[in-house]
Design a protein around this ligand. Structure first.
Ligand SMILES: Cc1ncc(C[n+]2csc(CCOP(=O)(O)OP(=O)(O)O)c2C)c(N)n1
Ligand SMILES: [Mg+2]
Length: 416
């Protein structure tokens, strides 16, 4: 069937209302067509950048943010130490990226859902996850909320609205879009906060998630922690475009790039982002420019793929000292308080390590207890095989001292 008066040019849906700019010679766009500024408000010496429009932050909030950053730095140091001593199988630090996480989580309500990657333990700390809870998860003991089924650092807390971390990269991104769509349909004044790394943004799930969020106008704030590396792959080998921010714009998402080592810039951006997400019911993307100061994980050694000089440059741009300089200038912080608090945190962490490593492991059959209402035959067979294997090589599984009766009982409880 012939179309009457077909349009001369096909316009993108979002531009239907406006007239397209027509050109008569071929001109190709490149990354320079989109100039993306970086929001910076605080200088290294603790002075504000001239003209900085900083979101108001009370002394209480500022000290909470700062002390949670400090706690996380110390927790990370201690836990890497514990892994090196053979007490812990695996750990992953947030070192260097504390402001990217603290500045964002602080701008959200405590019941906004958080879907994180794995380097955002500070968000849990901010919401009140205790040292004891961190340790129970890291040591996979009987008190672990995840029943010891996950690798260390795969935290989750229903109470704190923090979705359990899953290892496959970027799965949380479409899940966050979907969760936020549910919040929208329910008419809730809430939103979802979704963290991921610039490496995870190479996954198909990133594209599906952002597109879905943009088209369905989901109240989700995506935080892309651009820390320069995906394990040993530098971002220059990961993508040729203008960071992650350019992709947000491409999907029709309001986007901002911030200095991720500047707590005030991150917080100011996040306050605005949550407002847009909730009040205008649409997604926002924040790209935090920072650096992963530590190894990717305790299984990694960065000396094989980057220079000490590069690391040193970023060490001098530490987000914690930048915030401290500002706090001291406000007369909200001093060296005495810092020293006392560091000693207190160290003591508390060490004490909880000692307690957590002594607690028994969950019964073996907790592995399958509440996954299905009635465990299917093949899972029961696998469990039986595992029990036989452990019984045959008990020396290799000292933590498994199987108490069959209590194991059986807890499996029955779990099945309920
Ligand atoms: C689907 C998938 N592919 C690969 C991996 C292995 N892996 C774990 S972390 C990681 C790097 C992720 O880098 P980025 O997203 O930048 O986060 P960062 O570690 O820098 O915080 C890779 C490749 C994985 N977990 N899942
Ligand atoms: Mg990265």
């Amino acid at each position: 069937m012939a179309v009457k008066n077909p349009p001369q040019t096909r316009q993108p849906e979002t531009d239907r209302a406006s007239e397209p700019e027509l050109i008569t010679t071929p001109v190709f766009l490149d990354t320079s067509s989109l100039s993306i500024p970086t929001l910076k408000q605080l200088q290294a010496d603790g002075e504000l950048c001239p003209g900085a429009a900083v979101a108001p932050m009370s002394s209480e909030l500022a000290t909470k943010i700062y002390t949670d950053m400090l706690y996380t730095r110390l927790l990370d140091e201690r836990m890497v130490g514990a892994q090196r001593q053979g007490r812990l199988s695996f750990y992953l630090t947030c070192t260097g990226e504390e402001a990217s996480v603290a500045g964002t989580i602080a701008a959200f309500q405590s019941d906004d859902m958080v879907m994180a990657q794995y380097r955002e333990q500070l968000a849990l700390r901010y919401r009140g996850f205790t040292t004891e809870q961190f340790m129970n998860q890291l040591f996979s003991n009987i008190e672990d909320l995840g029943k010891g089924r996950q690798m260390p650092v795969h935290y989750g807390s229903r109470e704190l609205h923090f979705m359990t971390i899953s290892s496959p990269l970027a799965t949380q991104i479409p899940q966050a879009a979907g969760y936020a769509y549910g919040q929208k349909l329910a008419g809730k004044n809430a939103c979802t906060l979704c963290y991921f790394g610039e490496g995870a943004a190479s996954e198909g799930d990133f594209h599906a998630g952002l597109n879905m969020a943009a088209v369905l106008k989901c109240p989700v704030v995506f935080v892309a922690r651009n820390n320069g590396y995906a394990i040993s792959t530098p971002s220059s080998e990961q993508f040729a475009g203008n960071g992650i921010a350019s992709r947000g714009v491409g999907y029709g998402i309001k986007t901002i790039r911030v200095d991720g080592n500047d707590i005030l810039a991150v917080y100011s951006a996040a306050v605005e982002a949550r407002k847009i997400a909730v009040e205008q019911q649409q997604p926002v993307l924040i790209e935090t420019m920072s650096y992963r100061l530590g190894a990717h994980s305790t299984s990694d050694d960065p000396t094989g793929y980057r220079s000490r000089e590069e690391e040193q440059q970023w060490r001098e741009n530490d987000p914690i000292s930048r915030m401290k300089n500002w706090l001291v200038k406000q007369n909200w912080w001093d060296e005495q308080r810092e020293e006392a608090l560091q000693a207190e945190f160290r003591q508390e962490i060490l004490a909880q390590v000692k307690l957590a490593e002594k607690r028994p492991k969950p019964a073996l059959n907790e592995l399958i207890a509440d996954v299905y209402q009635t465990p299917p035959t093949q899972l029961l067979e696998q469990l039986e095989g595992l029990e036989k294997h452990i019984a045959k090589y008990p020396d290799h599984y000292p933590a498994c001292g199987l108490d069959q009766d209590s194991a059986h009982n807890s499996a029955q409880e779990g099945a309920k």
